[in-house]
Write a protein that binds this ligand. Sequence first.
Ligand code: IMP
Length: 198
Amino acid sequence: MSEAETTGRFPPFRVLLSRDEILRRIHELVRQLTADLGEGYADGPPCLVAVVEGARPLARTVQRLLPGALPVHEIKASSYGSGTESAGTVEVLGGRDIPCAGRTVILIEDIVDTGRTIARLREHFRAAGALHCRVLTLLDKPSRRVADVVPDYIGFDIPDEFVIGFGMDIAGRYRELPDIVIYDAEIEKVFERTALAE
Ligand code: IMP
């Protein structure tokens, strides 16, 4: 989606990362990942797992750039509740049939915040027999970390702000925004009031 197509459709949130910057960085991460996995996947093709729904656009891009047309499996983790605060307990939903035993799992995540989701998913794949579990995340908020998690591939470190766009949402909204922007309830309110008045 071009800037012209999105202008006016969404509140004018502050852009933190443009789609171009995001895509460029994903290219770099995949180059690094491909080199680490070895020529022709020395230890066998990795098992790609997207943490949905937020990581879908990232996972699709990674899939396109990696050699071998690897399938992307999906897993869901629910941290109870919506809004901008994640709760303490993470439940793994689905993903039981992902063929991860004896393989390197690449967990593809949109953002690592407290780290609880990734810690729980790593545990899940280790218990399911994965050989290794590597984490590729587009965004990292290291200042918010609670769990002992250091992602292997990080697109961007970001400050403690709630972000949306490029797959990320707030209560199911704004996933289709092409850029990553900082959510601001005031800007949203003014935008909605203006739209109603027109
Ligand atoms: P964690 O378990 O606290 O690391 O949270 C990870 C999950 O919380 C991510 O997969 C997102 O779904 C959600 N999350 C955390 N911070 C943000 C944000 O700034 N914007 C959108 N979703 C977020």
